[in-house]
Write a protein that binds this ligand. Structure first.
Ligand SMILES: [Zn+2]
Length: 369
């Protein structure tokens, strides 16, 4: 067999719509992003205005100016009545401090409790004014609802995320769901869609491939129905790059072509200050290294840019299978890598080609020799 030339990523700039850069780690994150072709990062981990957002923004701007901050809500407020009004106040202040969007983590639907002690549903009407206000302020809402379907299945050796669940037993919702403590995956997804439907003037980013990477048809239906919905690709290339009944490179390529204006590149990279405070899509028992990060990004670019059928998974702990690339045309890559995000956040990104990275031998290419 002829050997494949080493993969070299395209020179298109990237905006990473889904990162978590912790306090004091912005310059470390900047080095990692620069090395991997990312020219701008959206940090979804900005705290609420009342919990130090100003310091957080100042710190990250000094260290890395090419970032955009999303704010979070203080979910502990929900224990007392009047919480939605207090959240709205926080949101208005966050916008004034420089936050550009709102992040809703999976705690909504799975952990946050109202004053009665009951779990708050994703579409609980008490929170309507928060989502309305986000739309009024022009702040897109990046919303993570539910989690991988495998987390609702028995955490046995047959579970495709067994390795990840063994490293993090608390990530499993199987037993809590059996005990009636958390909703089903399906109920959470439906509540997420109802939330998007209720606020047509608010832009939602369904993170992790619309919160349903296992079922692109479901995501397609939501995109077709709700023009205010976008999705990101964060931490879900293993799920969508696999070959199974719902996924094939041909089907996924057609999906990306059809929804090319609605998909945003995101990685789910997390960077903290401590040497082991790194995450690329997920974590195992051992923390990843920066070299793991380079492999993660290389696999990511290969997925979007080539039709290679045997790309090592960017996040192998999510399942030990290779993924198949979808080889998107350059104009579509440009939209997904940065044009859609730049339009959404009114960012000016120079399309000037980045310096070409040094070609590297890709792991796995030895098989072809
Ligand atoms: Zn994330």
């Amino acid at each position: 067999m002829a050997s494949r030339p080493p993969f070299v990523r395209s020179d298109i700039p990237r905006i990473d719509m889904h990162t978590h850069v912790l306090l004091g780690a912005a310059s470390r994150a900047a080095r990692l992003f620069d090395r991997n072709g990312i020219v701008h990062a959206v940090n979804l981990s900005g705290p609420p205005a009342s919990v130090g957002l100003d310091d957080f923004i100042a710190d990250s701007e000094i260290a890395y100016s090419r970032s955009t901050m999303f704010t979070n809500l203080d979910w502990s407020l929900c224990e007392q009545s009047g919480y939605a009004e207090r959240m709205v106040e926080d949101l208005v202040r966050a916008k004034a401090l420089g936050a550009r969007g709102l992040k809703i983590p999976k705690i909504l639907g799975l952990g946050a409790r109202g004053p009665s002690g009951k779990l708050l549903a994703i579409d609980d009407s008490s929170l309507d004014l928060v989502f309305e206000k986000a739309g009024e302020l022009g702040m897109p809402v990046a919303i993570h609802s539910g989690d991988p379907q495998a987390f609702w299945q028995e955490p046995s050796a047959r579970n495709e995320r067994y390795e990840e669940l063994q490293a993090h037993p608390s990530w499993s919702f199987y037993a809590p769901h059996q005990r009636g403590e958390v909703p089903s995956w399906q109920a959470l997804f439906e509540a997420f869609v109802r939330r998007v439907a209720r606020h047509p003037k608010t832009i939602f980013i369904g993170v992790h491939f619309g919160n349903a990477p296992e079922d692109p048809e479901l995501v397609a239906r939501a995109l077709d129905t709700y023009p205010n919905l976008l999705i990101d690709t964060a931490a879900r290339l293993p799920a969508i790059g696999r070959r199974d009944a719902n996924h094939s490179p041909e089907r996924m390529r057609a999906f990306f072509l059809k929804y090319q204006d609605r998909i945003l590149f995101g990685s789910d990279t997390a960077v903290g200050r401590a040497p082991d405070a790194l995450m690329f899509g997920s974590t195992g028992k051992e923390p990843p290294s920066e070299a793991d990060g380079d492999r993660f990004f290389e696999a990511t670019w290969r997925y979007f840019e080539t039709m290679d059928s045997d790309i090592p998974s960017p996040t192998p702990i999510q399942g030990r299978w290779n993924i198949a690339g979808i080889g998107l045309p350059r104009a579509v890559l440009e939209k997904i890598y940065y044009r859609n995000a730049a339009r959404l956040l009114s960012l000016t990104i120079s399309p000037t080609p980045l310096p070409k990275p040094e070609p590297k031998i890709v792991p796995g290419s030895l098989q072809d020799l």
